[in-house]
Design a protein around this ligand. Sequence first.
Ligand code: C5P
Length: 324
Amino acid sequence: MINQFLATAPGKVNLHLGVGDERADGYHDLVTVFQSVDLWETVRLSVDTRAPRVTQGSVVTGMTTSFGVKRPAEDIDTPANLAWRAVDAVVDAYRHTHGLVELPRVSIEVEKNVFVAGGMAGGSADAAAALLAANAFVEHNGGVPLGRDVITNLAKSLGADVPFCLMGGTALGKGRGDELVEMMSRGHYWWVLINPSVPLSTGEAFSRLDDMRHNDASLVPRLTTTRLAQALVTGEPRAVARALHNDLQPVAVAMRPQLGPLIDAADNCGLRAIVSGSGPTVALLCEDEEDALNARDRIKAAFHSYEVVCAAGPTTGARQILEY
Ligand code: C5P
């Protein structure tokens, strides 16, 4: 009898984030380039053998998160958590196609290594890993897993970054950022990731950009990625550094002024520093591993209270790692 289902998914940085117009659904059209980095979120589903099996309602009895990164002030172990919602979504989709199968109940454990609310898709990675773990769980209890297309659609319904966390690697994202095409990329890229721990809401950052664009004609959407695409094919970190771009960076700096000096200081320690996604994480691209380790130590010494880690990308996407 298998009682545990485990999966893991990586965080990401945006090498390019071009933000177009707001759409009717409240999202913005994006042209973005994602790269997954080797900070992994792990989701474990453990069958609760004492709880009665259920044919309807949530199979989840509860969740616990352990933090390899700074813990947020609020309790995140609730049914609103994306990992919890992902398990419910898989079970609902499974029941929709296979009828009211009797399922055991499970508890969820998440191990977080991606900064919380940092602009690195940590919550989305939890959702991606939870989708795979839950799919292994329903397969074990019903005989057939959901197909990749169904899982991808569930990922889209959970959040704009979840499909990329499933896919990993280097990808061009259009639409809400969830219409993905793999991009050619050579080599490995070493990053220092710095979290000033001043959480920034993604939704607020996007709407603030709309406001700022009304008053500042220089904040035009940058929707071409040709230079970055060429740089990625060379495999040269210096070329990629020159092509990094984020339309949300001026917004993040306006909303969290401490980011200005942090970006300047990081720039002096490596090739180029940029806000990741909607921030507040600052991602510093370095020449190689040794430079990244040195830069990490210098930044740590200058900014004691910030979280600073090294990571390399691209990696694989989410994967199931074990069941037992
Ligand atoms: O998809 P997710 O829940 O991560 O997005 C959080 C918020 O960020 C959305 O509710 C929306 O306000 C904003 N967003 C956006 N355009 C995108 C992605 C996110 O406006 N392409």
